[in-house]
Design a protein around this ligand. Structure first.
Ligand SMILES: [Zn+2]
Length: 346
């Protein structure tokens, strides 16, 4: 999903004559979205690209209804460059999807692909089409909506009602801890043909894109893991995620009933080094999931059990070891030493 997620930074092939429009773009690229919008607003009469910039900034801020107004203007500007119209269509696809208007999202994403304005706009729209379930691949899928989810089933299972109710219960149970408010219902894609999913996304199931509250999964994946990814991301403003905490908390709340200490103790003697939670924390990107999941579940579970909810929610904002030290003090290293001892003992 490289283009879809980073598209905002790649898109501004504007023919900006004035320095100020360039400034607006530069502010956008620095993430100073309010200033970028204010600057671009001065150029709406002369620069169709201003509508694109304002619309995309608003999409980034999660203000979808407002974004749609500007993106529609950019899309329909007769004097706009094809690339401006294309990126307006792409972001209209995102904005409508985030508002649950699947048909309008599909229309715009398809229009962006058909316009074929730039390589990156087509790539981004194609990524959106498969991630959001808007491509023809999903034409035969069934949709069912519940309180916190929109389920998209490749084949509707016999026990669909039970499955939906069980997911709702899991959601409630997980969110009793996090108390998050999500920007929308979770679009929960349930694949039967997991091989096809793997070929489509070039990665195995399950996975979640928290920015869009989208999960792709199968009946065989655990109930709580992906739901927790979606919910935990909105419990605080996550500025510094860390894989050990991010995957750990999802594993802790996955409802698999697994004994994570038993799991990691089975692996520990075969990996050729002593497991150290601190080392994993500091290089979590390079740790295999077979170690990351149990180690993370044990760490996050212990932190919650020993020090409670409030501190853990603070940890979610900045999930680094350094921040954890600030929050928990020397008690953190004692807790980690205890876990390490148990993990590496016979
Ligand atoms: Zn995960």
């Amino acid at each position: 999903m490289k283009y879809l997620l980073s598209g905002f930074l790649l898109v501004l092939c504007l023919s900006a004559d004035g320095q100020t429009m360039k400034d607006a773009i530069s502010l956008f690229e620095k993430g100073q979205l309010d200033s970028s919008i204010a600057t671009a607003k001065q150029y709406m009469q002369t620069e169709p690209g201003a509508y694109q910039l304002i619309g995309q900034s608003l999409v980034k801020q999660g203000k979808y209804a407002e974004a749609i107004m500007y993106l529609e203007k950019g899309k329909n500007s007769l004097n706009a460059e094809p690339s401006v119209r294309a990126w307006c269509m792409n972001d209209l696809g995102i904005a409508w999807f985030m508002r649950g208007a699947y048909e309008k999202a599909k229309e715009n994403i398809k229009a962006c692909i058909d316009l074929n304005a730039t390589t990156n706009s087509v790539r981004s729209a194609r990524e959106a089409a498969i991630l959001f379930g808007l491509s023809e691949l999903y034409d035969s899928w069934a949709r069912k909506e519940s309180t916190h989810f929109v389920f998209h089933f490749q084949h509707i299972p016999d026990n669909a009602e039970f499955y939906i109710a069980a997911n709702e219960m899991a959601y409630d149970s997980i969110n009793r801890f996090f108390r998050s408010t999500l920007p929308k219902k979770i679009d929960y894609f349930v694949w039967d043909d997991t091989k096809l999913a793997e070929r489509t996304f070039h990665q195995p199931l399950a996975f979640t894109k928290t920015l869009f509250c989208v999960t792709h999964t199968s009946m065989h994946n655990t109930r709580g893991h992906e739901i927790t990814h979606n919910i935990s991301m909105y419990a605080n403003t996550v500025k510094k995620p860390n894989m050990l905490v991010f995957e750990g908390i999802a594993s802790y709340f996955d409802f698999s009933g697994r004994d994570w200490m038993k799991e990691i103790k089975k692996i520990a003697p075969h990996i050729g080094y002593i497991i150290s939670i601190k080392s994993i924390w500091l290089s979590s990107e390079h740790t295999p999931v077979t170690i990351l999941y149990p180690a993370g579940a044990l760490l996050t579970g212990s932190l919650i059990q020993q020090f409670g909810r409030e501190k853990f929610i603070q940890l979610l904002a900045d999930q680094s070891y350094e921040n954890a030290k600030k929050l928990y003090g020397s008690a953190l290293d004692e807790l980690i030493a205890g876990l390490d001892r148990e993990i590496n003992s016979n």
